[in-house]
Write a protein that binds this ligand. Structure first.
Ligand SMILES: [Zn+2]
Length: 175
């Protein structure tokens, strides 16, 4: 049995991207996130968060800071009856050229093996083209680029859909 998943980037998709964010007090959910996630649950999707956290490798915050914020965020989802199946993050500086930092597909492939995910039935929602590229390299072709974070050149995007935010992605998934 495989499962189908909505892969979510974090900064710029779930929360307002303030750049190397690690303080709970700086974390602000983007409008419509909880409603969208409940919709994904109703359609039978699991939710997995996959994010680059190079602020760790750059020395701006540490793994403990990341985990503290992550635990708090998961509790907020839990309070809304949303279960995040797993979270993956890359702590490395881009200089390390690791396999996990998006646009490399490492975190997606790790998630796929760990949870037996059907990539064909899954979706990625991200605010950067690196999210879309990583998903594509891992076999996820259902992709949505959102405008709620990083400003990207939409004409160069390989994303299947482009929409304003996770709120509007509800209308694209489960058609
Ligand atoms: Zn990495």
């Amino acid at each position: 049995m495989t499962i189908k998943t909505i892969f979510l980037d974090r900064d710029g998709v779930i929360n307002i991207d303030r750049g190397y964010l690690y303080r709970i007090s700086d974390f602000e959910f983007i409008e419509g996130v909880f409603d969208a996630c409940l919709h994904f649950h109703h359609l039978g999707y699991k939710i997995i968060i996959i994010s680059n956290q190079s602020g760790i490798g750059r020395g701006y915050y540490n793994e403990n800071d990341y985990h503290k914020l992550n635990e708090w965020m998961l509790a907020q989802f839990n309070n809304k009856s949303i279960k995040i199946l797993d979270t993956f993050y890359c702590p490395h500086s881009p200089l390390l050229l690791c396999e996990c930092r998006k646009p490399r597909p490492g975190m997606f492939l790790e998630a796929k093996d760990k949870h037996n995910i059907s990539m064909e039935k899954s979706w990625m929602i991200g605010d950067r083209d690196t999210d879309i590229k990583a998903a594509n390299l891992a076999g996820v072709t259902n992709t949505i680029l959102v405008r709620s974070g990083h400003i990207t050149n939409e004409s160069n995007s390989n994303s299947r859909f482009i929409t304003d935010s996770i709120k509007q992605s509800k209308e694209l998934i489960g058609l």
